[in-house]
Design a protein. Structure first.
Length: 93
């Protein structure tokens, strides 16, 4: 049996606390270590909110081109649609 970090669990793209449900479209099967990291860093934010938080807290730490890419990415998508953000072309787990 593998270590718990190598096990997988379902992550709700739209958190249950924000009316997300257990349908397949709302679940991402990710490593437990990644799952814990997401919730530790971002609590129950959807991914667009996570990106905004990243920009806000690390503005000085990010290279300008990375910061510009994040802002451009946010502006090019529907910030309120959590499912759009988990498309494989945008974010990969």
């Amino acid at each position: 049996m593998g270590r718990i970090e190598n096990n997988y669990s379902n992550h709700h793209l739209l958190p249950k606390s924000r009316w997300g449900d257990n349908v397949e479209q709302n679940l991402a099967h990710i490593k437990n270590s990644m799952h814990r990291s997401i919730h530790t860093l971002f609590q129950n934010q959807i991914i667009a909110e996570q990106l905004l938080t990243t920009i806000d807290i690390s503005a000085k730490a990010l290279r300008e081109d990375v910061r510009e890419w994040l802002i451009e990415t946010l502006n090019s998508r529907d910030i309120h649609d959590p499912y759009e953000w988990y498309d494989d072309k945008v974010i990969r787990f």
